[in-house]
Design a protein around this ligand. Structure first.
Ligand code: C2E
Ligand code: MG
Ligand code: MG
Length: 720
């Protein structure tokens, strides 16, 4: 038995369901002529159903009265004649029966007689043809309904217009977009009604001719909606032609791209403007700077690049939080723009860095520099006005670097670097000032960059070492009282390099955090070894210098505790040397950090005492156990009355506060005697020992232990 797929299109599979052999024979004969017909015969309903289960004929011709039921029952198996046409044969010409048969879904019926049975091939041919036609029409209607469902569900505007541009159809999304009611008549509306007059003309005079010529026209255009808002849209117009090439109608598809456009604009804005302050960002600044540098050359007038960095801004963010910091930056941005002229550029580089381009200054270099300085002065004053944010009143200062330009710079980045160097110089000179760039700064800046990159290598190749300088307690005897660890850089070319040559670079580049951590780990491990070998007494502490930036780092306290745990060193052996600089940032936070570490058993010494802010109120609140009188006071103590008095005052303060005082930089016996007579007991300096590498320091310790030397009187200490 064949399936539909295996037969040719012209072949016709006819299933005859008939129990009367004579009728079957007659019908067979009638079909004999027709080679394209294949006849399958079933004698009863059961056989017919079995065949239908595996095979779908093109047409069924069935007798009404069959041995096991009525031929019309087959209609149910064929979807009431939807799957294939069914012709029913009856032996009676009864009208009512005929109506019943047709109602049940039969395509035709035949009253059996010899002539009509002989006519069956013709009936089969006609019924098949008509059935195919009806099926085709129904399919087309279903297809059309589906297409309309798709059009109506589409999120874009889809419409058709006649040749004059009047709408003939518009989908639901289109009506909703333009603001046309669902039942509103659109036949008098055109596409041009929803454009501005100009864009309507473009569509009419450019778009339509192009669609006719090319078949399709694509563009981006603005739609004017019924509620008078304008939105960006992408639009396609397609021309539909008849076979002769005459335009029958147009269809159009319009997509609302307003939000896409807005996002694009936002992205573009963010690429060139700072979102916090609305000022141009670095990209836009470079573009404008290039323009201004060219203009300066053309007009032979100087320009200036001002690099502005707010002083200690980090404290605002750290102590008052970022939202307050952001408000302050917005306020500063506003103030800066009020000082300069409209044609000047104020930009934000990020963080607390602002840059201003001043253009069209004098043609005389000295006068131009004076102008730039005058404006910088105004900017400084404006920045230092108090800002009110909620209940807070904040005052800021700024350091400003000025780089002048006419034809001496060709690369904006070069000019940037120069202004940056001048700004750094202003910071180094104590902040809250402006500084015009000069060649010396460039050298300084160059050195800074060179050292910075060398230091990165130094970290990678572990070129740092620690030296140890002993501290002595001198009274009736001279006793080792501890030591200070001091960093050295084993530079591959310059040999041993001292902190003065690189510490500022470590500090300002932030590398001090990593290096400072190394110093602690190294010192702690060394100490552990000395304790193990019985060289170090538990009453002695090793002092480690902590830079302000290192101390301020959020991770500092956990880092110290972690390193103690990691090396297994007792905190009772550790003293941290800090300077007063650490308190100027946030007194409460500083003290809280110090308290945490003191509670853990660590002590603090205040280094370089007398050179910083030296406020007694700070000193009272800070949990320090010693002050280190700066070397500069000790240096001239024999000759300078002022220094003598200051040292005496410092010693009195330490006595009053019950903290130790360590005199630093003692180089001579005279200095020592003078200090001892002022009741100073702790000393450090070349007179006793230079800072030494670990090995030499060990020998010194061993020598000290074997000879604890008594002093002659309490007033004349031992000086060996
Ligand atoms: P400081 O903490 O005041 O250290 C004392 C400095 O004075 C050391 O200089 C020491 O070598 C020097 N010195 C000691 N006795 C005498 C003396 O009798 N005469 C003279 N002229 N100098 C003496 P150094 O090692 O060059 O260190 C300089 C500064 O660098 C230190 O001053 C300290 O502030 C800083 N520093 C050193 N090592 C480290 C470190 O590991 N981390 C941090 N953050 N800073 C360090
Ligand atoms: Mg120190
Ligand atoms: Mg010191």
């Amino acid at each position: 038995m064949g399936s539909r797929a295996s037969r040719s299109a012209d072949e016709l599979e006819v299933m005859l369901v008939e129990d009367e052999p004579a009728h079957v024979a007659l019908i067979r004969r009638a079909f004999q002529q027709d080679t394209l017909v294949r006849l399958t015969v079933a004698e009863n309903l059961r056989d017919a159903c079995r065949i239908l289960a595996v095979f779908q004929p093109d047409i069924i011709v069935a007798d009404l009265k069959l041995p096991d039921g009525e031929g019309t029952e087959l209609l149910a198996r064929c979807g009431r004649g939807k799957d294939c046409p069914v012709v029913i044969m009856t032996s009676y010409g009864d009208q009512d029966i005929a109506v019943e048969i047709m109602k049940a879904g039969a395509s035709d019926y035949i009253v059996k007689s010899e002539p009509t049975l002989r006519e069956i091939p013709a009936v089969v041919e006609r019924v098949s043809r008509e059935w195919r036609l009806i099926q085709g029409r129904e399919k087309a209607i279903a297809e059309q309904a589906r297409l309309i469902t798709i059009l109506e569900a589409a999120p874009d505007l889809i419409a058709t217009t006649d040749v004059r541009g009047h709408f003939t159809y518009m989908n639901k999304a289109g009506r909703a977009l333009l603001g046309i009611g669902p039942d509103e008549d659109i036949s008098q509306l055109t596409l041009y009604d929803f454009h501005s007059p100009d864009e309507g003309l473009v569509t009419k005079n450019l778009g339509i001719p192009c669609a006719i010529k090319e078949g399709v026209w694509r563009t981006e255009t603005n739609l004017v909606l019924r509620n008078n808002t304008t939105i960006a849209s992408s639009q396609v117009i397609i021309s539909h032609n008849d076979p002769q090439g005459n335009v029958e109608f147009f269809s159009t598809i319009i997509r609302d791209i307003q939000s896409v456009k807005e996002a694009e604009e936002k992205i573009e804005y963010l690429a060139f403007y700072d979102s916090l302050t609305g000022l141009p960002n670095r990209n836009e600044l470079i573009r404008r700077l290039e323009m201004e540098m060219n203009r300066a050359v053309r007009h032979k007038r100087h320009g200036a690049l001002l690099f502005i960095d707010l002083d200690n801004f980090k404290n605002i963010n750290d102590s008052l939080g970022h939202p307050v910091g952001d408000k302050v930056l917005q306020d500063i941005a506003r103030r800066l723009t009020t000082v300069v002229r409209g044609e000047d550029t104020v930009a934000r580089l990020g963080g607390d860095e602002f840059v201003i381009i001043l253009s069209g200054l004098s043609d005389d270099p000295i006068a131009a520099a004076r102008q730039a300085e005058e404006i910088s002065g105004k900017l400084r004053r404006k920045i230092s006005l108090r800002t009110k944010i909620g209940k807070l009143s904040i005052q800021l200062t700024a350091s400003i670097g000025i780089a002048m330009f006419l034809d001496d710079f060709h690369d904006p980045n070069e000019l940037f670097r120069v202004a940056d160097a001048a700004m750094y110089d202003a910071k180094a000179k104590g902040k809250d000032r402006f500084q015009v760039f000069n060649e010396g700064m460039d050298a300084h800046f160059g050195r800074f960059l060179a050292i910075e990159s060398e230091l990165r290598q130094a970290i990678r190749h572990q070129q740092f070492v620690l030296h140890y300088q002993p501290k002595f307690r001198v009274g009736k005897t001279k006793r080792l009282a501890g030591a200070e660890a001091l960093i050295r850089w084993n530079h591959p070319a310059r040999r041993l390099t001292f902190p003065i040559d690189f510490l500022d670079v470590l500090e300002s580049s932030g590398m001090i955090i990593e290096v400072g951590c190394w110093v602690m780990r190294e010192a702690f491990s060394q100490l552990c070894e000395w304790i193990r070998r019985g060289l170090w007494h538990s009453t002695e502490r090793l002092s480690i210098n902590i830079s302000p930036r290192q101390f301020r780092d959020d991770n500092f306290v956990p880092q110290v505790i972690g390193l103690l745990r990691e090396t297994g060193l007792s905190s009772e052996c550790v003293d941290l040397e800090v300077t007063e600089q650490i308190v100027i940032h946030d007194m409460d936070e500083t003290i809280a950090k110090m308290n945490t570490l003191t509670e853990a058993g660590i002590t603090f010494s205040l280094d370089d005492f007398g050179t910083g802010y030296s406020s007694l109120s700070y000193l009272k609140r800070m949990p320090v156990s010693a002050m280190k009188i700066d070397r500069s006071f000790v240096l001239d103590i024999m000759t300078d009355k002022n220094d003598q008095a200051l040292v005496d005052t410092m010693l009195a303060i330490s006595n009053h506060l019950h903290i130790d005082a360590v005199a630093e930089g003692v180089e001579t016996r005279d200095q020592l005697e003078r200090l001892v007579s002022s009741h100073c007991r702790l000393f450090q300096g070349y007179y006793f020992s230079h800072p030494l590498p670990a090995g030499e320091f060990e020998s010194l310790v061993i020598a000290c232990r074997s000879a604890a030397v008594p002093t002659a009187t309490s007033q004349t200490p031992v000086m060996d």
